[in-house]
Design a protein around this ligand. Structure first.
Ligand code: FES
Length: 154
């Protein structure tokens, strides 16, 4: 005779099956709840303020590390360049001693208008849209490229 505390093989298997079902139900619930959460990617803003046009006297080159862009002053106005190398996407640097922009990865060089002076970069650095806001401050939009040579005049 079996005692009440001593489960039969069938009772034992029933308990194991119920336990497995409970674990599966909790897992399915977690997966379902995760599926219901919105999957949204928040991207950083593409616009940044770059100061007043009067801050950019001829020859001024400012680098915005966060937005990976140069803002450059010329005699004719202000323009902005992407600092992302057109070869494989490294971030270029302004070399003030030589008056050029250089890529640290594979040695490409660009003049201050973004034109390639030394490869392997296949294309010039893109020019970026520059506008002025209602307070008279320059606003650069890294998402909008413009034709080379289109200098912003305040
Ligand atoms: S990524 Fe700039 S030269 Fe290769």
């Amino acid at each position: 005779m079996l005692e009440d505390d001593d489960p039969t093989r069938r009772q034992f298997m029933n308990r194991v099956g119920l336990g497995a079902c409970a674990i599966a139900a909790v897992g399915a619930g977690v997966v379902t709840l995760d599926f219901l959460k919105p999957k949204v990617l928040f991207e950083p803003p593409t616009k940044f303020k770059a100061g007043n046009p009067s801050d950019y006297t001829e020859g001024t080159v400012r680098f915005n590390k966060e937005q990976r862009a140069f803002v450059i002053g010329t005699a004719g106005g202000v323009f902005a360049l992407s600092a992302v190398c057109t070869h494989l996407g490294c971030i270029t640097r302004y070399v003030s001693d030589e008056g050029l922009i250089a890529c640290p990865c594979h040695g490409s060089k660009f003049d201050l208008e973004g034109n390639v002076t030394h490869g392997p970069a296949p294309r010039a650095l893109p020019w970026l849209d520059v506008q002025v806001d209602d307070k008279g401050e320059l606003v650069v939009d890294t998402a909008i490229t413009i034709p080379h040579g289109k200098v912003f005049r305040a």
